[in-house]
Design a protein around this ligand. Sequence first.
Ligand code: PLP
Length: 378
Amino acid sequence: MNGRRTYLDHNATSPLRPEARAAAVSALDAIAGNPSSVHDEGRRARAIVETAREQVASLVNARPLEVVFTSGATEANAWVLGGGWNTIFRGGFEHDSVLAPAAASGARMIDVPVGTDGVARVETIAQHVFTGSGDFGRSLVALQLANNETGVIQPVAETAAFAVAHGLSCHTDAVQAAGRIRIDFNELGVDTLSLSAHKLGGLSGMGALIIRDGTRLASFLVGGGQERRRRAGTENVIGIAAFGAAAVAATRDVATAGRLSALRGRLERGVAAITPTAIIVGAEAPRLPNTSSVALPGGAAETLVIKFDLAGIAVSAGAACSSGKVGVSHVLTAMGLDQDIARGAIRVSLGWNTSEADVDAFLTAWHEMSMARVRAVA
Ligand code: PLP
């Protein structure tokens, strides 16, 4: 290892962008007051918050008044999923921050199946609504915009159109899609959409729930009247300032997403040339330009991740997980992939600071590992 690290785990956390860092530092220097105070110090803090609100709104083409700042996407998802639903439609491929509050909510749970291509079979929602038993009043469809492990993009606009036409609410977790593909809150037609700042190159512990004006959703926290009485607590002005700047930079990057898909193409072609048996999970479906789920049948993803780490390269085995547990990804399991494939899948995710040299460093390490495997078998 030459001391230089190659970071290819942007779906876990994207490193802080220089623009976000500068905004955080400048907010640190500038704020001396509470954004709710009427004096000059308070008004200056308020101006930082409201500028960032406009910047985050414009990332997803929402209105600033629809943006509610939260402590992250986990909070935003928990807020919506805990909204007192009778029935929740959700797929087993959703992030744990959707699955866990859904399970804890006491609502009737209806599974939206997913194909081996990673795309949700959303027609089952209509089948349930038209033929299923029970009351579909106050029901929610939760469908992520793109998957954090495979990058597969889900048919959210079509699903939301059906849901809204039949009186169901629709939520999308857009954490991984934001800054990687164009998002238009109005075109998607969902009622709520969650975002996370650290996936965009902002600070962690910061996110937003975009709530369509007029949507019925109880306040997440009551107390002070912050965030138009929807989420009480003095705002995290530093995190919000960095989120706004990251959103501006990410909006710009969406326009040049071809750069990322070219790098990802280089990576996947290189992998196929070195190990023709490798499988790119979800390759046949529409995908984010930055994510590659590379599975080596018979391999052990955790071992590969450690070997890459020792070679100076950060990738991950499925979703990053705080408990450090070793297990097969619930996303790949929900897709019905062979356990032999699912166990050997690593996630490589590129981002704003990824270069060709990073991709080549990955391929060099992949080549060395595959040669070592060949030697071990011989
Ligand atoms: N949703 C998805 C799809 C994610 O990938 C993540 C983070 O891993 C989250 C939600 C949670 O975001 P946060 O870390 O801001 O709570």
